[in-house]
Design a protein around this ligand. Structure first.
Ligand SMILES: C[S@@+](CC[C@H](N)C(=O)[O-])C[C@H]1O[C@@H](n2cnc3c(N)ncnc32)[C@H](O)[C@@H]1O
Length: 216
């Protein structure tokens, strides 16, 4: 690489990172490590199909996944959320959310955040409960990101509902592993069921984001 080629590449790289770093300004629950991991997997994991997100809230993780899908040129992000918030977002919850308390939904903020980053075209919102959406969905997923109902039963329900839609060698990611609020929820489900599942192979951890590959 010549110095001139390096400098042109440097400018492009700065622009690429600048756009992605701006996703951190979207209110929500995702660290830089986690967001960058989702984006990278969505961009390069070599399996065909779409991406499904369970639990979009105001669109923070959706932006990272959508940018990865856009860069990959493969498929869309199906963002599944009833947008009514989880128990912790309701009045008095440990993550009480003004929009949920006042209007009962984060859907408007979700749409506005995707539009602000020019990502609306690559995202299809499915305004629905996750398990109802899975029953009605007929696509195949190369990646499913589970960040909806964080209870043990809720996580298990989402996993079982979406697992059949995932292509072999596709990815299933869980958020909030070992988050102190969800030790008896997501964490217990992962430790008791996912880590010993014969068709799940652990691949990677980034903060609380756990990534597995579906195997035969
Ligand atoms: C922790 S938030 C998601 C955070 C988001 N991924 C981010 O990056 O900020 C959980 C979301 O899951 C949604 N949710 C909870 N239970 C659900 C269910 N059974 N079906 C669909 N969405 C659900 C809530 O409405 C909420 O928006």
């Amino acid at each position: 690489m010549t110095p001139q080629e390096f400098l042109s590449q440097l400018t492009l790289n700065i622009e690429r990172f600048e756009k992605v770093a701006a996703f951190l300004s979207v209110p929500g629950y995702l660290s830089w490590h986690e967001g960058f991991t989702l984006l990278s997997l969505a961009e390069v994991w070599p399996v065909e199909g779409d991406i499904v997100e369970i639990g979009s809230f105001k669109g923070k993780s959706t932006c990272f996944l959508a940018q990865g899908a856009l860069r990959s040129g493969r498929g869309k992000v199906h963002a599944v959320d009833h947008f009514r918030g989880s128990p912790e977002h309701q009045k008095g919850g440990h993550e009480e959310t003004a929009e949920i308390v006042e209007s009962g939904s984060t859907y408007e903020q979700f749409r506005a955040n995707l539009a602000a980053f020019g990502l609306s075209e690559v995202v299809e919102a499915i305004v629905s409960g996750s398990q109802e959406a899975a029953a009605a969905w007929s696509g195949s997923a190369r990646m499913v990101f589970i960040d909806g109902d964080h209870s043990c039963q809720g996580t298990k329900g989402d996993f079982e509902a979406w697992f059949p839609h995932v292509t072999e060698t596709g990815l299933i990611c869980f958020h909030d592993y070992q988050n102190s609020h969800y030790l008896d929820g997501v964490t217990r489900f992962i430790e008791e069921e996912v880590n010993v599942h014969p068709n799940m192979r652990f691949l990677h951890r980034a903060n609380s984001l756990m990534t597995y590959m579906k195997v035969a």
